[in-house]
Design a protein around this ligand. Structure first.
Ligand SMILES: Cc1cc2nc3c(=O)[nH]c(=O)nc-3n(C[C@H](O)[C@H](O)[C@H](O)COP(=O)(O)O)c2cc1C
Ligand code: SF4
Length: 532
């Protein structure tokens, strides 16, 4: 609603933002957007409506924002199409808007946002995802411009010094991976962006691809400059149609203005990007299975060595990196290694987009420096359970992550602290369960999931996961619980040390953590079954 309105009064709203992110669309943001345009039309006003990314406050979606002509943003949510008429009427004046019952106040004062340290997601929700002007105005392309003034070695050194570790799960230092590719011999090198995001309760990759796609592209181009790769692939899971669409448009726009293509920002350096869509297999997120899939074969894990950095896509040196790892690169180049390294704790540097899901009061994405405790994250930031019942367990790190009881809520969100407690951070997804959860069912599910998703290449995973389901079922019959629990321990050891990749190798995390921290769900279940 720019400038003078149809009835002669001056509008104070510059823009209206309705998220086009799939989490918001899933709860009706398309209908809200259509209703807003209709309401403005009925009032004889023009409406500058932007489909932005999500701010990550999922329980408030669709969260609509208005931007005043002074650049302030006011948030309203959750909004239904039915709320729109009355709501838009209040937008004619600031005092009226603030009094609307669904007004949440200034967006940047929302506690969930105010407490965050948004580095990677700084632009997400703020800008029009497909506007390169918006991207530039909010600091975009500064990292790439800086990288173009430096040698590949210097870019690698900066990334290594920043302490950035891969956000896909393994936490491997990104700078060292790129250095390995840089030093490898190969006529053609590749950057492969892993956007398969299969972990339960995770959505950070999707959110940034839909809300700030150019940062992923910029990160890939810089990674390419750092290791001598001239081609990148983004491998996106098929369940993300919106991300596929937005990333596709963003790549086209980036090509149109020379951010990617034959001469990156007129530097003479080549970097092309192609998008490929996966077919819905969890194991295709594993880097070597992903490469098989990219090459057009079934997603089966490759034995290592050779590492993908030496022999990856089409046998050429390749850096396979997670979306968030790549999206972290531009700001490190723009602001320097020390800026990023100053956030965090121990060997976990920078920020991490924590994703809160499951039975949690405030589900969403919370970016913060490493170092919060699990209790702070779940109880304070997440607000406990959505059901209002006590939290009993949280699973951290996806389907292969450990279950943590409340007694371990002092665990610090840091790779090493989680490993010390037989857990993992993974892609930083946290799924919350209340006191009605049955950990026997969850442990059984871990085996079942592995059996379904196993690529079948190695015996401990292919056969062990099925044997695990059988032992869990026998345990529930309470025939000989001690023997079955001992057998489960043995089986987990075999899978942990004998599996070729972390799909089979990490199943012991959910299974053994459930048995260790919630023994009553296994032994008492056995007793209960016996007395029936
Ligand atoms: C079964 C399995 C599934 C995985 N799924 C993903 C995934 O969806 N996304 C991802 O980035 N990494 C995933 N990984 C980790 C990748 O193999 C690899 O470590 C990662 O893409 C490297 O990128 P990073 O160093 O930036 O984290 C998975 C690993 C395993 C074993
Ligand atoms: S652990 Fe499972 S998924 Fe990994 S290689 Fe072996 S069979 Fe395949």
């Amino acid at each position: 609603m720019n400038g003078t309105t149809g009835n002669g009064t001056t509008g104070w709203i510059a823009r209206v933002f309705v998220p086009g992110d799939s989490a918001a669309r899933a709860v009706g943001s398309d209908m809200v957007a259509a209703a807003i345009i209709k309401a403005f039309r009925a009032m004889g006003l023009a409406c500058d409506l932007v489909r932005n990314g999500s701010r990550g406050l999922c329980w408030l979606e669709p969260m609509v924002e208005i931007e005043t002509s002074e650049g302030r943003r006011l948030a309203f949510g959750p909004i239904t199409a039915g709320d729109v008429e009355g709501l838009v009427e209040t937008w004619t004046r600031a005092d009226k808007a603030l009094l609307h019952p669904l007004c949440l106040g200034p967006t940047d004062a929302l506690v969930f946002l105010e407490r965050q340290q948004r580095l990677v997601f700084a632009r997400c929700g703020l800008i029009d995802p497909l506007s390169l002007d918006d991207y530039r105005c909010h600091g975009g392309l500064k990292g790439l411009e800086m990288a173009l003034t430096q040698s590949a070695e210097t870019v690698v050194e900066t990334l290594t010094a920043s302490g950035l570790r891969g956000r896909g799960g393994a936490g491997f230092p990104t700078g060292i991976k790129l250095k390995t590719v840089l030093q490898a011999d190969g006529a053609q090198k590749y950057i492969v962006c892993n956007a398969d995001e299969g972990d339960s309760g995770t959505f950070a990759d999707r959110m940034i691809m839909e809300g700030d796609p150019f940062v992923v592209i910029e990160g890939m181009v810089i990674a390419g400059l750092a290791c001598g790769a001239s081609k990148g692939f983004i491998y996106i899971r098929s369940e993300y149609p919106d991300a596929i669409r937005v990333m596709g448009k963003a790549v086209d726009l980036a090509r149109d203005v020379g951010i990617v293509g034959k001469s990156v920002l007129s530097s003479g350096k080549v970097f092309e990007i192609e998008i490929r869509v996966g077919a819905g297999s969890y194991v295709c997120g594993e880097e070597t299975a992903l490469l098989e899939s990219l090459e057009g074969r079934r997603g089966v894990v490759r034995a290592k060595p050779p590492l993908p950095a030496h022999e990856g896509l089409f046998g050429q040196p390749s850096a396979v990196n997670n979306v968030i790892s790549l999206a972290s690169i531009p700001l490190i180049l723009a602001k320097g290694a020390a800026f990023f390294r100053d956030f965090g704790i121990g060997r976990s540097r920078g920020t991490v987009p924590i994703q809160l899901a499951g039975n949690v009061r405030y589900p969403g994405l919370f970016e913060a420096a490493f170092g919060l405790t699990l209790g702070e994250i779940v109880e304070e930031i997440g607000g406990g359970t959505a059901s209002g019942r006590p939290v009993r367990a949280v699973q951290v790190g996806g389907p292969l992550g450990a279950y943590f009881p409340r007694s371990l809520f002092d665990t610090v969100f840091d790779y090493e602290a989680f490993a010390a407690r037989d857990g993992l951070i993974g892609h930083a997804g946290i799924v919350v369960f209340d006191d009605t959860v049955d950990l026997w069912e969850q442990a059984r599910f871990a085996f079942e999931f592995c059996a379904i998703e196993s690529c079948g290449k190695c015996t401990p995973c292919r056969i062990g996961s099925l044997r695990g389901v059988e032992v869990m079922d026998r345990l529930a019959l309470a025939l000989d619980p001690d023997a079955d629990l001992a057998l489960l321990g043995d089986l987990c050891n075999t899978m942990k040390f004998g599996s070729l990749c972390a799909l089979g190798g990490f199943v012991p995390f959910p299974v053994m953590s459930a048995i260790t921290h919630f023994p009553e769900d296994f032994r008492d279940r056995a007793k209960r079954q016996k007395t029936r």
